[in-house]
Design a protein around this ligand. Structure first.
Ligand code: ADP
Length: 386
């Protein structure tokens, strides 16, 4: 087998063969591209590999990607090999590697098995995109947002405090309807601002790894009831039919309730927000082997095919949200995904044109692990939010 893949590679990658279109394309590619035999020995590497890693092609060919890799935790490589070798599927992830000069860099990596017609592995194809610069820009942006958001907290506290004080005045009851509407609008705007500030702070905390994780044994059914209750204002406002289908025999699991509340609250408030008035939202929770499966389904707006791959991206807002002028900040799903990852679960979705969207996530029955940090999340306000 190893011979076969090397032979194919020799045929297609003769460096003197300038007329071969595959050869030309791969030599011109900006991204790193390698082909290995089934033992992960590199049989082909394009010039971008040498440019990014700093090793010469002579040093690279015949070696393994561990020449510049091997810095990630054991679990990362286990999952990668399990995906490409056992499941024979594509693996993608973000990886930190080291150039020959010792400098670390971050790449988006995709590794796929090369299969013959009988589904046997002939070798592997790996591509990497060096995203170190993007990461640095992201970090600068996050630092800037963090400073701005901290500055916003003080005036926001002042506004909220004054509003509370105002509502406590004896004459409040004597205000005209127009004056009361103005106060209500002020409260809503302040809630929105509060939620924007909270989620920006929370995202910053989760990204910096400073977040405390404090799991407590939790009855999931009761927990979800409490969150749904908090959303009753929005559910009633939009006359949503809200159905809970929670299995009775779920085990109690160790969850950081503050974090998981934000996860469920974000998905639930999205389901309500992107529903049509009088729409239907269903929450289903069940156990399958070692995972608790959550489904939050709505029959509202769908997400167009060309945007589906972006909806967990930070600050991404879909055309559906813009067209219908639905308020938001594009952080809810990014934050939800980050929380699921801390919990050791998975999150995904399905959406069907004109039928709405289903968001799924899993939490392992084994529960969350405690983490010592110096901050915890600021909760979003849910009452009458949507
Ligand atoms: P937003 O503040 O815009 O709601 P999110 O990060 O929560 O930000 O969601 C990102 C985008 O995903 C939304 O702008 C919307 O386009 C889409 N989206 C999220 N949830 C749903 C849903 N339940 N139905 C339809 N579209 C959704």
């Amino acid at each position: 087998m190893a011979k076969e893949i090397s032979q194919i590679v020799i045929d297609i990658s003769k460096r003197t063969d300038g007329g071969n279109p595959f050869h030309r394309a791969s030599e011109s590619a900006f991204n790193h591209f390698i082909i290995t035999d089934p033992d992960a020995k590199i049989v082909y590497a394009n010039p971008a590999v040498a440019r990014i890693t700093g090793y010469s092609l002579e040093e690279i060919i015949g070696n393994r990607p561990s020449l510049w890799g091997g810095l990630m935790g054991k679990e990362f490589y286990q999952e990668m090999w399990n995906t490409i070798k056992i499941k024979k599927q594509n693996f993608s992830g973000e990886i930190t590697n080291r150039r020959k000069n010792g400098e670390e860099y971050v790449s988006k990596v995709i590794v796929s098995p090369i299969l013959d017609e009988k589904h046997k592995i002939l070798g592997y194809i790996g591509t990497e995109e060096d995203i170190t610069l993007h990461k640095e820009i992201d970090k600068l942006q996050s630092d800037f947002i963090s400073v701005a958001v901290h500055q916003l907290q003080t005036p926001l506290t002042g506004i909220n405090w004054s509003l509370e004080l105002f509502k406590g005045f004896e004459d409040f009851a004597n205000l005209s309807d127009q004056q009361k509407d103005a106060i209500e609008m002020l409260e809503k705007s302040s809630d929105h601002l509060h939620d924007l500030v909270s989620i920006l702070l929370n995202v910053g905390r989760i990204e910096s790894g400073r977040l405390t994780v404090k799991p407590e044994l939790t009855n999931i059914k009761e927990f979800v009831d409490i969150i749904s209750e908090e959303l009753q204002g929005s559910i009633k406002n939009k006359e949503i039919e809200f159905i809970k289908d929670v299995s009775d025999d779920l085990p109690e699991i160790n969850l950081d309730r503050k974090l998981v509340r934000e996860l469920i609250a974000n998905l639930l408030s999205n389901a309500i927000k992107y529903s049509h008035p009088k729409g239907k939202v269903v929450v289903k929770i069940s156990q399958e082997e070692n995972d608790i499966y959550f489904l939050i389904e709505d029959n509202g707006l769908d997400i167009t095919k060309d945007q589906q791959h972006r909806i967990f991206d930070k600050f991404f807002r879909g055309d559906n949200a813009r067209k219908e002028q639905i308020s938001g900040n594009g952080l809810g799903l990014y934050f939800a995904k980050s929380i699921v990852e801390i919990c050791g679960g998975k999150i995904w979705f399905e959406t069907v044109e004109n039928k709405g969207s289903k968001f799924f996530f899993t939490l392992p029955v084994s529960g969350m692990e405690e983490r010592k940090g110096d901050v915890s999340v600021t909760p979003m306000r849910l009452n009458g939010q949507v």
